[in-house]
Design a protein around this ligand. Structure first.
Ligand code: PLP
Length: 465
């Protein structure tokens, strides 16, 4: 499989180069040249597989130019070995047609582990094969940092530096990063905001001499390999609840549009999907887009679902590319307009196609807490705020054939956001046993000023020592 950029100008690359490069050189995102598909008969054969067996089948067509089936199976087995639930992505029934897919049995208790654990294995494999080393630098407002650290810890070919805003992430989130004792992991508590962290990372990438000298690499959600690994659990749920004979609905709490885009890819590959519900908090750029047809930036406001406090959904560009008939020049025009004016609009046919697949719902913090309270009272399940938004977006979908299973993605364990969950339900969610000593483990981090030169000096010293 070869990969093309959504803006049509960057070189066509194979999987390994797409994995290591992240963003395309023309500013676009890499997508497969074409969508591989499964026939109904093939899907029936996939039904009996374990999660890891299914992962190999779903991902094989995307990596065949770079990994043998045995190599892929090895990466998958190692990626999902640390998951605490033997089903990897267990499905729980909440109501007659309402299901919860729990995506938090990975090491850091959020769905990002499903992609990043695989990404860490894939990086390691490709780098060893090429005899190269990379320096990963990333900024995090919470969940991505710990998931990336867990995925890259103790890997000889990788040094990883994660910047987070000092004093502005939760204690659980900080400790999940700073208590990892591996020598290739460094946590930098930057005196500034999350935006300052992101700006510092961008500045290092734009500093070409520094970037090339230390072979900088990124693991944020614009990396295609992350989307690819997430396609697997859509097939997993669909095959359990009726595919290929009957369609299911997926409902997904959304920030960067990465997770739900993986569902769209599953549909392109043949999985029958009735519709996608997408939930947002008051940072509702996507919900407003589906209402009005215009993508218009607004300021970010803090909410109790902080992993979705985002104003630009970068992965939406991959959907746009498909909606525009894979016309890279058209995507580039819209993206430039967005950067310049803060807004762009989709033409009628493309908008109608998008609306036929996706329905948005926005919930305030108070509404989110009401959902957590009600689901706990009626089913005994404790939902984290992100998952609660996904469940409500699924329950409020209209125009669905009666009896269609609605699968809501639970993206984080409630113990990652204990205060919001307790305020809503009266119950304080405890950490699972494997993390129960998190608050006793020693922390290791470096407080650093909001100064790119100082950060670069620190990275250089550490990598060279
Ligand atoms: C990252 C995250 C999201 C948003 O996922 P996207 O792929 O950015 O749409 C939702 N919930 C949780 C808990 C997250 O960590």
């Amino acid at each position: 499989m070869k990969y093309v950029s959504t803006r049509g100008k960057a070189p066509v690359l194979g999987f390994d180069d797409v994995l290591l490069s992240g963003l395309a050189r023309d500013g676009g995102l890499y997508v497969p040249e074409s969508w591989p598909t499964f026939s109904a008969a093939e899907m029936k054969r996939l039904r009996g597989l374990s999660y890891t067996g299914l992962a190999v089948e779903v991902m094989a067509p995307f990596v065949s130019d770079c990994l043998s089936r045995e190599e892929l199976a090895g990466l998958v087995a190692r990626a999902y070995a640390p998951f605490s639930h033997t089903a990897i992505a267990p499905l729980k029934q909440l109501d007659t047609n309402l299901w919860l897919m729990e995506l938090f049995s990975g090491p850091t208790l959020a769905f990002k582990d499903y992609a990043l654990q695989f990404l860490g294995q894939a990086f390691d494999h490709v780098l060893k094969k090429r005899g190269e080393k990379v320096t990963i630098v990333g900024a995090t407002s919470g969940d991505t940092g710990s998931a990336a650290i867990e995925a890259c810890r103790d890997r000889e070919a990788i040094d990883i530096f994660i910047l987070f805003p000092n004093g502005r992430v939760s204690d659980v989130q900080r400790r999940q990063m700073t208590t990892v004792p591996s020598s290739n992991v460094r946590c930098l508590a930057l005196d500034g905001t999350f935006d300052d962290c992101q700006d510092a990372v961008k500045a290092m990438f734009n500093h070409t001499a520094f970037r090339d000298r230390y072979n900088l690499s990124a693991v944020n959600s614009i990396n295609w390999a992350r989307i690819m690994a997430q396609v697997v659990y859509y097939f997993w749920a669909g095959l359990r609840l009726g595919a290929p004979e009957r369609p299911v609905v997926f409902s997904v709490p959304t920030g960067n549009f990465g997770n739900v885009f993986a569902g769209f890819v599953a549909e392109k590959m043949g999985l029958p999907v009735a519709r996608f519900g997408i939930g947002s908090n008051s940072n509702d750029i996507l919900t407003r887009f589906f209402e009005t047809g215009a993508m218009t930036m607004a300021g970010v406001v803090p909410t109790i679902s902080p992993s979705m406090d985002i104003q630009v959904s970068s992965n939406f560009e991959r959907l746009l590319f498909d909606l525009c008939g894979r016309n890279g020049a058209e995507v580039e025009r819209m993206m430039l307009q967005f950067r310049q004016s803060g807004s762009y609009a989709l033409e009628e046919t493309a908008l109608a196609a998008a609306r036929a697949r996706f329905s948005g719902l926005r919930l305030s913090d108070a509404e989110t807490q009401a959902v957590i309270r009600e689901i706990h009272a009626t089913t005994g399940e404790l939902l984290d705020p992100h998952s609660a938004i996904g469940v409500e977006a699924g329950r409020r979908l209209t125009g669905i054939e009666p009896g269609t299973p609605v699968v809501c993605l639970a993206t984080a364990h409630p113990a990652k956001f204990p205060q919001a969950v307790q305020d809503a339900s009266g119950v304080y969610p405890g950490l699972p046993a494997r993390l129960s000593d998190l608050f006793d483990r020693p922390e290791r981090m470096t407080v650093i000023p909001n100064d790119v030169a100082a950060i670069e000096r620190f990275v250089a010293e550490q990598v060279e020592s």
